[in-house]
Write a protein of this length. Structure first.
Length: 171
């Protein structure tokens, strides 16, 4: 099924006629061509001080799969796996990853020490909006928290790059 879809896409999108029998050899050739750069990218990610990790799922042919991403300031690495478990996260970041891990705090992150995990900004905003959307007293508190969130999220790059001092940011 997937090979027929690839054949159809190559013909319709790129105007390249392709027989189903040539797809597997082309996949093997492409895999061999990108093996070294992919390993270099994975090694780079393993050595970084900060990495963002997330995954998203979809179903294809009745089976669920996850697209995982480990993203650093300069290099992203993506893999597709049939698992959402911590073993995939460890494999993607490396068993010895010692940097700060920015995640959505799923159970797949439990292998990383809590003191080195940070919640992603978008996840925080969604949670604050959920608090606000509960109504009643939670709505008022959620609004107040959301009012303070955007400056913190937009000012942090200024702290990281130097023009804004950490003490000023904290105040």
């Amino acid at each position: 099924m997937a090979k027929r879809m690839t054949q159809q896409m190559m013909r319709e999108v790129f105007g390249v006629p392709l027989s189903v029998g040539t797809i597997s050899p082309l996949e093997a050739t492409m895999t061999a061509a990108v093996t070294t750069p992919v390993e270099e990218a994975r090694t780079y990610v393993h050595e970084q001080a900060v990495a963002h990790l997330d995954e998203t799922s979809w179903r294809q042919g009745g089976q669920r799969a996850w697209l995982w991403g480990a993203v650093t300031s300069w290099v992203p690495v993506f893999v597709i796996r049939l698992s959402r478990g911590g073993s995939v996260a460890r494999d993607l970041l490396g068993e010895t990853f010692a940097g700060i891990l920015v995640t959505d705090r799923s159970s797949a992150d439990n292998w990383s020490p809590v003191r080195w995990r940070q919640r992603g900004g978008a996840h925080c905003l969604r949670e604050l909006a959920a608090i606000r959307d509960r109504g009643g007293r939670a709505e008022e508190r959620g609004e107040a928290l959301l009012a303070h969130a955007p400056p913190r999220l937009t000012w942090w790059p200024r702290v990281r790059e130097g023009p804004l001092q950490r003490a000023t940011f904290r105040a």
